[in-house]
Design a protein around this ligand. Structure first.
Ligand SMILES: [Zn+2]
Length: 195
C-alpha cells in the first residue's frame, strides 16, 4: 500500500501536478554553448554558462541560458532574478550557438544573448559581445537606431520594450552597466555592456 501511494506521488511530481510548469527553452552544456574551434582559447576560457528564468510573452515561466564573462555572471544572476519577480517579459534567452552564431538570426526571433565572438556590425572592431561583456535584451523590440536610419521602429508603448524608467534598465545601470539607449549619436536600445 505504501509502495502504491509512493508510486502515485512519484508520477504526480514527474507530471508537474505539484509544481508550477516550467518551460525549458534550452539545455546546453558549456562545451556546446561556448566553444568553437575558431575562437581564441584565452577568450572562451573566460566565459561561463548561466541558467536564468523569466516570464515570456505567453505569461509562462521559462528557463534559458546565457554565456557571459565570468566576472559578470553574478550581475546577470541578480538582474534576472529581479526581472523574473517583476514579470517583465523576456522572449527567450538562448545561447547564440542555436542560431549558428548569427546575430541577425537571433534578433529576428527577439532572442536575448550575450557572448558572441564577432565584430561590431559594419566595422572591423571587436564588439563587447566578443568578450562576453555585453548582452542584447529583446533585440527585435529594441533596435539599433542611427541617424535617420533604423531597421525597425522603437516603440516604448509595446510590452517588452526597454525605456529609461523600466526595471531592466535600472537594475543593469545600478550595477555599473552602460545602456545603449543612453548613447548620444545613435541608440542601441537592446544593448548593455560593462567593461
Ligand atoms: Zn549588443
Amino acid at each position: 500500500m505504501v509502495y502504491f501511494f509512493g508510486l502515485i506521488v512519484f508520477f504526480c511530481v514527474q507530471s508537474g501536478v505539484f509544481s508550477q510548469s516550467l518551460i525549458i527553452d534550452c539545455h546546453y552544456s558549456e562545451q556546446e554553448a561556448i566553444y568553437k574551434s575558431s575562437f581564441p582559447k584565452e577568450v572562451v576560457d573566460k566565459q561561463t554558462l548561466v541558467t536564468v528564468q523569466y516570464y515570456s510573452f505567453d505569461k509562462k515561466l521559462h528557463q534559458g541560458q546565457v554565456v557571459v564573462h565570468k566576472d559578470l555572471a553574478n550581475d546577470i544572476i541578480e538582474i534576472f532574478q529581479i526581472i523574473k519577480e517583476s514579470q517583465f517579459p523576456i522572449q527567450s534567452v538562448i545561447p547564440i550557438v542555436r542560431y549558428k552564431w548569427s546575430d541577425a538570426a537571433s534578433i529576428k526571433v527577439n532572442n536575448t544573448s550575450a557572448f558572441n565572438y564577432r565584430t561590431i556590425s559594419g566595422t572591423k572592431k571587436m564588439s563587447d559581445h566578443a568578450y562576453g561583456r555585453a548582452i542584447d535584451v529583446n533585440p527585435f523590440l529594441n533596435p539599433w537606431v542611427g541617424k535617420g536610419k533604423s531597421t525597425r521602429s522603437y516603440n516604448p508603448q509595446v510590452e517588452g520594450t526597454l525605456t529609461a524608467n523600466c526595471i531592466v534598465v535600472k537594475e543593469f545601470k545600478k550595477r555599473g552597466w552602460k545602456w545603449g539607449g543612453d548613447w548620444k549619436s545613435s541608440k542601441d536600445y537592446q544593448h548593455f555592456s560593462k567593461k
